[in-house]
Design a protein around this ligand. Sequence first.
Ligand SMILES: NC(=O)c1ccc[n+]([C@@H]2O[C@H](COP(=O)([O-])OP(=O)(O)OC[C@H]3O[C@@H](n4cnc5c(N)ncnc54)[C@H](OP(=O)(O)O)[C@@H]3O)[C@@H](O)[C@H]2O)c1
Length: 336
Amino acid sequence: MTMRTRNLGTTGPAVSALGLGCMGMSALYGDADRAESIATIHAALEAGVTLLDTGDFYAMGHNEMLIGEALRTAPAALREQALTSVKFGALRDPEGNWVGYDGRPAAVKNFAAYSLQRLGVDHIDVYRIARLDPDVPIEETVGAIAELIEKGYVRHVGLSEVGAETIRRAAATAPIADLQIEYSLISRGIERDILPTTRELGIGITAYGVLSRGLISGHFSRDRQLAANDFRAHSPRFQGENLQHNLNLVEALRKIAEQKGVSVAQIAIAWVLAQGEDIVPLVGARTRERLSESLGALDVTLDAADLAAIEEAVPADAAAGDRYPSAQLAHLDSER
Ligand SMILES: NC(=O)c1ccc[n+]([C@@H]2O[C@H](COP(=O)([O-])OP(=O)(O)OC[C@H]3O[C@@H](n4cnc5c(N)ncnc54)[C@H](OP(=O)(O)O)[C@@H]3O)[C@@H](O)[C@H]2O)c1
C-alpha cells in the first residue's frame, strides 16, 4: 500500500494522511498491552504512517519511553521515517493528579531536554504546549520553542486546543505547522471560528478524537465496564442517557457504513479525511487489529451524496453531553 501524504500547514512537514496517536497505549483508556502497543507502532510504520503523537505527561513519561523503545527496535529505515509530535506543559504529581500547566520558557526547555532523552531522538519534529498556560503569554512559550528550533532540538511549532485569537498571536511570533484539536462527526466546534482562522493562516490541523474516544467507533456498547481512571468513566458523553442517545447516532451511522460495505470506524475517520487536505486525523489505535481497521478508512471514498447522508444521520451538534467534564473544559482556550 502506498501511503498518501498531507502537509502540516504551509510551513510544516509532509506526513502520512493518518497519524498514530499513542496516548491510549499508556493512559486514559484503561490497561493496554505493552508488547501489542509496540507491535502496533511497528505495524503503523510498516504501513507508511510517519506521524507519531504523544505527550510527556501521558502516564508521566511512560508513553514517550514506549515510543522510544518502539523506535529503537524498529528497522532503521522505518525509524528514520518517523516524525514525533510531542505535547508538554501539563503538570502531574506521583499519584497522577493533574496539578496545573507550565508554559514558561525555562520550563519549555526543561521539558524538551527530558523528552529527547525518553524518546531517544536528537530532535522532536513538532513541539506544542498541550493547554495554554493562563499565566504565560503564548508569545513567550512559542518563542522558547523557536529558540529550540534555532538550536536544532525541534523542527516545527505546533499548537493544541487554542482558540482563534491565540492562534493569531502564536502565528505572529513564529511559523506554526499545525493545531491539534478534537474534531469528529460529533465534535464540530472548530468549524465556526478556528478552522477558518487556521485556513487563513496556512496552519494544518491534526484532529484527535475522530472516533470520540471510541464512542462512535461502532465497537462501544452500554455494557462496557470502564476502570475508574478511564477518561470515559467521567466523560459527559459516556454517561447514562447521554450514552444511549449517542449510541443511537452510531446505529444511524452503521446503516450507512453497511450500505457502503465498510465499518462504522472507517466511515467516521473517512468523514474527517474528507473535510479538507489540511486535516490529518490522529487515530488512537493501540492494537494491530484496530490499526488495520483505521487504515482501511484511507480507501473509503465519500461522494457528496454519502457526505449528505452521513450528516443527516449524525447532524452537527447532535451529540448529548460536552466533550470534556466541565473542570477540564474550563482549561480549553479553544472553548472560550
Ligand atoms: N491535544 C489534545 O488535547 C489531545 C487530547 C486527546 C488525545 N490527543 C491525541 O490524539 C490521539 C487520538 O485520540 P483518541 O485516542 O482519543 O482518539 P480516538 O481514535 O477517537 O479514540 C481511541 C479509542 O477508540 C477505540 N477504537 C475503536 N475502534 C478503533 C479503531 N478502528 N481505531 C482506533 N481506535 C479505535 C480505541 O479502542 P480500544 O479501547 O479497543 O483500544 C480507543 O479507546 C491520542 O492518542 C493523543 O495522541 C490529543
